[in-house]
Each structure stands twice: as C-alpha cells, then as structure tokens.
Design a protein around this ligand. Structure first.
Ligand SMILES: NC(=O)c1ccc[n+]([C@@H]2O[C@H](COP(=O)([O-])OP(=O)(O)OC[C@H]3O[C@@H](n4cnc5c(N)ncnc54)[C@H](O)[C@@H]3O)[C@@H](O)[C@H]2O)c1
Length: 373
C-alpha cells in the first residue's frame, strides 16, 4: 500500500512508531508527506523516512494537489484538533484515510465523518494501537468463548505522570501546546480515555450504556482536567470501572485491565504485554505467555515474528493493526465491506466519543448519564 503521512515528523511523538509499524511486515511504502510544520524538520523527516524531496509538501492542500490519485491511503498523525479538517480534506479528494485517535475533539464532528464515510462509501480506519497486542486480542477471544464464565465486572485504567513529573532539571512539565488546552472533551480524555473506552468495548465485544464520573485538576499544566474516574454499565449489564489521568507519579504508561468472571479472572498490563495473569476457580494462579496451551490466537504464526521468550511490544502492536488495515484497504478496493473484528471504524469512534462526553457531563452535573445511540 502506497501511503503518505500528514504529521508524524521527527518533531512528533508518534511518527516513528507508525513508521516502524508500517515497515515490519513490508505491506506499505511511505512515499509522500507533510511531516512537520517546521520547514527544516519537514525535509529532515522526509530524508530520514526515505521519501523523495519532490513528494514532500508544505501543507495538506499542496499534499492533496500533488498526491491525489497516487496513494492508497494517507495516515493522519497531526494533532487531534486538526483531524476533522485534515480527514475531511482527504475524503473530499477521494484519498482513503488511516488516522490516529481521537478521530475528532467531539462526537458531533465524529458522527459527521462517520455518516459521510458510510454514505459516500469512503475508507477510514482509526489506529487504536493497544488492540494490536496479541494478548489483548486473546483476552477478547477468551471472553467471547466464555472461558471466564459469566463476566462479573471489568476494570480498565491508564495512569500516567506526564502532567505532574518534573523534568531532569526540576522544571514543570511542558507538553505540546495543543495538549495544554481542553476541548469539548478534555485533552487528557482525548489522549487516554479514548484508549480506555475503546479497549473496554473491544475486549468485551459490548458497548457502554451508562456512566457516572468524577473529573478534576491536580497536576502542573495550567488548570486542565487531568484526573478522571468513572463507573458504569455495558449493554449486557456488566459493571465497569475506568480511570485515566496524567498525575500518577511513577506511572510511565500504566495501562492495565482486569476481567473478573465466574470461572476465572484475567489481568494484563501494557508494560508486560506478552503475559496474561489468570486465576482459576481451583485457586491456581498462572502466568501465561504465547506458548501456553490455553492460548489459541496469540500463538498464530502472524504474531511469531520471533519465538516466545523474545518480547514483542508497542511497535509490533502497530504492525499487527497495520496488517489488518492493509487487508481492509485491499477489500475496499474490490468494492466490498470488510468485517474485520480487529479494526476500528469512524462510527465506532463516534460512539466512543459519545461515551467520553457522557463521562464529562456526569462529572460536571454529578448525575448518571445514559449514552445516546
Ligand atoms: N496511539 C497512541 O498510543 C498515540 C500516542 C501518541 C499520540 N497519538 C496521537 O497521534 C496524534 C499526534 O500526536 P503527537 O503526540 O505525535 O503530536 P505532536 O504534537 O508531538 O506531533 C504532531 C506532528 O504533526 C505536525 N503538524 C502540526 N500541524 C500540522 C499540520 N497543519 N499539517 C501537517 N502536520 C502538522 C507537527 O509538526 C508534528 O510533526 C494525536 O492525534 C495523538 O492523539 C497516539
């Protein structure tokens, strides 16, 4: 698949992770881009990524002018508040879109994108990285097969320290300017809550229907909301608890989940992505890796780029997701609709943003909020 980047320059946080992800399995070639708004960094990034100087652009309109009809997709890695404009411009030009989360800063804009993708038969796929981890997919499989019995409750959390931890010189944290603002949905929630809700619904194969939440400010980045926790219920009645924040010292990226079932309980932490912890009804506590006999999905050959005992991680999770997106793009080219369970649509993202809005509505008004649609 011939692709171009919008954002993702060497001055970005996420660009090189996507570059690694698209290259591992040799399904993509990065041929063009507007990588950075800084002219020098734009050309340095192109050089680093091996993109010809003639296919590097200063802005998205010249990118579209030069690349329309030449690419299989554009990958949107620009700051989240620019996604709505960038995605619509690409869709207008008939360029298939792969985009980082969050799709947009509010559910209304996301719904508008979802509707046009559906009505105009466009291609759009959202890269929720963490669902690319084989063990996360295995958990989903185990829940679907009923290996845990009746699901009693699910907890997902993503605690980080980036809005409270001092730099090496003792200075206050200074995230990117666009992360120092709250939008219709607070920045911390667009960054982290989007992953938490997506992961929850992915592993449960169910959707959140109501929530009650608390949200406050505790860190050192202006007066942003930076600490959120919620409880709620899924469509099948499963109780849930969620939290995300950027004010937990010691948590570099504390993404973790646990599912408590009538026959077994499972837990997973992102910093040890190849291990599942399983507790059985007989009292046994097990640590399971991809070579264990309970594992049926994470043992597939596509996830064995090297043998067990050699940990795969975050970049491989991107690569797994990009393999699925390549399949979806190929299916789209044939005029068919993909039914891939591992990829994320605009409609699904719009729903996720409705859940996040409901969480902040609940926190603002101290009330239970039901999710519409
Ligand atoms: N899935 C994940 O784990 C994960 C992690 C980090 C970021 N993200 C997402 O990736 C996106 C980018 O985040 P980031 O942390 O890399 O941001 P960043 O601010 O570090 O980088 C943004 C990049 O976009 C470029 N840019 C800015 N304006 C642009 C424009 N008008 N046109 C083209 N390029 C432009 C910048 O020069 C920079 O290279 C966000 O949507 C964020 O939510 C996802």
């Amino acid at each position: 698949m011939k692709v171009g980047f919008i954002g993702g320059g060497l001055d970005s946080a996420i660009g090189r992770a996507h570059f690694g992800g698209i290259n591992i399995d040799r399904k993509y070639s990065l041929d063009a881009g507007v990588f950075s708004i800084e002219k020098n960094i734009n050309s340095e990034s192109a050089h680093f990524y091996g993109v010809e100087a003639t296919r590097v652009y200063e802005d998205i309109s010249s990118f579209i002018g030069g690349e329309k009809g030449r690419l299989d997709a554009a990958i949107v890695l620009s700051p989240t508040p620019l996604h709505f404009e960038h995605i619509n411009s690409l869709l207008d030009a008939g360029i298939p879109v792969i985009t980082e989360k969050s799709l947009c800063t509010n559910s209304q804009d996301a719904q508008r994108i979802a509707e046009r993708v559906h009505q105009e038969n466009k291609f759009l796929s959202v890269t929720f990285t963490y669902t690319g981890y084989p063990m996360v997919r295995e958990i989903r499989e185990m829940v679907t097969k009923g290996l845990l019995g009746e699901v009693i409750s699910i907890h997902v959390e993503m605690a980080q320290e980036s809005f409270i931890r001092a730099s090496a010189t003792g200075a206050k944290p200074t995230p990117q300017a666009w992360r120092q603002l709250d939008y219709e949905i607070p920045s911390v929630t667009l960054d982290l809550g989007s992953h938490v809700v997506n992961l929850l619904e992915f592993i449960a194969s169910d959707q959140v229907v109501k929530v009650a939440a608390l949200a406050n400010h505790a860190g050192e980045v202006s007066d942003l909301v930076d600490n959120v926790r919620a409880i709620g219920e899924m469509g099948q009645g499963t109780p849930i608890s969620l939290l995300w924040n950027k004010v937990t010292l010691g948590k570099r990226n504390g993404l973790a989940l646990s599912i408590n079932g009538s026959k077994g309980a499972l837990s997973w932490i992102q910093e040890e992505p190849e291990l599942l912890r399983f507790a059985g009804k007989d009292g046994a506590l097990s640590i399971i890796d991809r070579s264990h006999s309970m594992i049926t999905l994470a043992s597939e050959s596509r996830y064995q780029r090297f043998k067990v005992g050699h940990p795969a991680g975050y970049i491989e999770a991107f690569a797994n997701l990009y393999l699925d997106i390549a399949d979806d793009l190929a299916t789209h080219k044939t005029g068919k609709k993909s039914e891939n369970p591992f990829t994320h649509s605009a409609a699904n993202s719009a729903h996720g943003l409705r859940v996040l809005e409901a969480i902040h509505q609940s926190a603002a008004h101290t009330e239970w909020v039901e999710i519409r649609g």
